[in-house]
Design a protein around this ligand. Sequence first.
Ligand code: HEM
Length: 324
Amino acid sequence: MATLKFLLVFILSLAFAFGLANSQSLQVGFYKKTCPNVEAIVKKATTDFVSRTPTLAAPLLRMHFHDCFVRGCDGSVLLNSTKGNQTEKDAIPNQSLRGFQVIDAAKSALEKQCPGIVSCADILALVARDAVSLINGPTWQVELGRRDGRVSILLEAIRNLPNPFDNFATLKSSFGALGLSVKDIVVLSGGHTLGVSHCFSFGSRLYNFTGKGDTDPNMDQNYIGQLKTKCKPNDVTTTVEMDPGSAKSFDTDYYTMVSKRRGLFVSDAALLTDSQTKAYVLSQLNSRGSTFFKDFGVSMVNMGKIGVLTGKSGEIRKHCAITN
Ligand code: HEM
């Protein structure tokens, strides 16, 4: 019995030590010695693109989110499919991602200065931050040290990415399973101050909410009328701005839209169905977004820690779209 106990303790401590070795925490300034100009190089690449094409900021932010929610922030969203193996990139929610050329430009500039050092997962986290700050949004310190995964599977993206028709309970459990809080849900949803959505992501709210040709009672009926002029039934091509008029600028309008029941998705409207998230929406509205920018930085750092590979796990890819 004593031997068995000893063996158990031994195995457990080995597992613990191994776990620790593979879960070193991320840190600001991780590349201070190995690639001291990493932040400036990534910022330059991002600025080159986003200052010419500000609409790229939105998909770049979304790309980091989609990376983190599937297998952790490991750059798996960047991998191209290979023969017979479709990757996350091929999944429908990822087909509208754009801006991969920004990641590639940053990577090739980095490979010239510090070959084999900076992961694509870290580049993505930095680009998302820089893209947001370039269009009047907040900035925050990005903790670095992620390594790149070698696996990317289409079905995992479909299963793990939140769906625009998710209700609050579903959002709470999917964010919660990744270690994110209810506050993170309402703060990160503020990313919908940027960019566009295809009509199909909310179309049934306008035309056929419960299968009886009805509209979603939780959306402002006047707004439904306006959206119907843009989105025809079963429209698969048109896009509309999520925050009309300022979709290219990071601001607090998202919370105004949600409070007026003009959020495009069921998942946006869901923020009014929970007391904590509703209170946050109203607090930003009443204070003109007094804490949103700071909160967004904090929640982005939280999101950036999901399931990261560190230490000796994974690899540092040479090209972000292919494993070494
Ligand atoms: C809460 C769960 C979320 C759901 C269900 C969701 C869903 C969606 C959907 C359906 C679209 C439109 C896609 C299309 O039809 O083209 C979209 C766009 C977008 N989402 Fe989310 N999202 C969520 C959270 C987030 C988070 C956490 C962020 C970033 C922090 C984010 C950033 C964006 C951005 C920037 C766009 C616009 C992309 C563009 O203009 O290309 N979303 N989201």
